[in-house]
Ligand binder design. Structure first.
Ligand code: C2E
Ligand code: MG
Ligand code: MG
Ligand code: MG
Length: 282
């Protein structure tokens, strides 16, 4: 909503207003029992080479099926989980599941890929975050270098936050800056956070074929990535025109419904196992 219009300040008010009304519906308290109630699932969306269609990674995306209401979108329940702090155990669980799937893909003999896991700003503020996340990764037996944590630009960059990020980076994990370009602190993040990968927000990708402004912004993001030696992923690639425009600009990787929607764990494993590594190759 407000986010799509790129108005960060308005987004704050929108979120507060909508979470107040949802709280009245009891969603917030239902969320507290959802983990133990086995109501969550993690789906995996391929991140692909835009030219060949080869899968290079999967992004883990949390799904909540409410026992009475059915599926609740993450944009609705993640903010509620952040307000209550439930995002901390939930986020640990998502990482655990994601590492388990990554280990399973490896055991299948699939080619080596990465898994990207979203990390909430609230998680980043936890004092023992680095130790806890490293425990999860190490217990799973996967290579920490195959795990990428996606952070957003919303959180304040305090010293302790950048310290736990540095610990995780030193242990081999990678960091992606999600929804890049939609917040005011993007460049500051690049300066203080050990980022490896930029994810170009879908609001710019949406117009990359049709709007000179969006194309100019994507070109600028690619130039930043190039000069800082960062990888780039275009988010929300929905059409062939967008893919062609991104390739013409030199954007190597993309994620979006044109390539594949988020998949169940079994469908993701099947995709890797079969001879279908290439999605919608051009
Ligand atoms: P995100 O991390 O930017 O994830 C990308 C979102 O774009 C996902 O929405 C994905 O389903 C959606 N998407 C992918 N391809 C397309 C496309 O071609 N067109 C359009 N319109 N959308 C596309 P989703 O799964 O609804 O998640 C929304 C947000 O919720 C995520 O945005 C992320 O910020 C948050 N989220 C999801 N799972 C987790 C999680 O495990 N932990 C945390 N902290 N946040 C999560
Ligand atoms: Mg993400
Ligand atoms: Mg994003
Ligand atoms: Mg997002």
């Amino acid at each position: 909503a407000a986010k799509d219009r790129g108005l960060g300040l308005i987004e704050v008010f929108d979120d507060a207003a909508s979470s107040r009304s949802l709280d009245r519906l009891g969603l917030r308290s239902d969320l507290l029992g959802a983990l133990e109630g086995d109501q969550f699932a993690v789906h995996y969306q391929p991140i692909c080479d835009l030219g060949s269609g080869q899968v290079v990674a999967f992004e883990a995306l949390l799904r909540w099926t409410h026992p009475q209401r059915g599926p609740v979108p993450p944009d609705v329940f993640i903010p509620l989980a952040e307000e209550t702090g439930a995002i901390v155990p939930i986020g640990h669980w998502v990482l655990e599941q994601s590492c388990r799937e990554l280990a399973r893909w490896g055991a299948m003999g699939a080619k080596r890929i990465r898994v990207n896991v979203n990390l909430s700003p609230v998680q980043l503020q936890q004092p023992h975050l680095a130790r806890e996340l490293l425990d999860i990764v190490q217990r799973s037996g996967v290579d920490p270098g195959d795990v990428c944590l996606e952070v957003t630009e919303h959180s304040y960059l305090r010293e302790d936050v950048t310290e736990s990020a540095a610990v995780l980076r030193t242990a081999g994990l990678h960091f992606a800056l999600d929804d890049f370009g939609t917040s005011y602190s993007s460049l500051n993040y690049l300066k203080w956070f050990p980022i490896d990968l930029l994810k170009v927000d879908q609001s710019f990708v949406g117009g990359v074929a049709a709007s000179d402004t969006d194309r100019g912004i994507v070109r600028a993001v690619l130039a930043i990535a190039d000069s800082l030696r960062l990888g780039v992923v275009a988010e929300g690639v929905e059409t062939e025109e967008q893919r062609a425009a991104l390739l013409a600009l030199g954007c190597p990787l993309g994620q979006g419904n044109l390539l594949s929607p988020p998949l169940t764990p079994d469908a993701a494993a099947e995709l890797l196992a079969g001879d279908r590594h290439s999605l919608a190759a051009s």
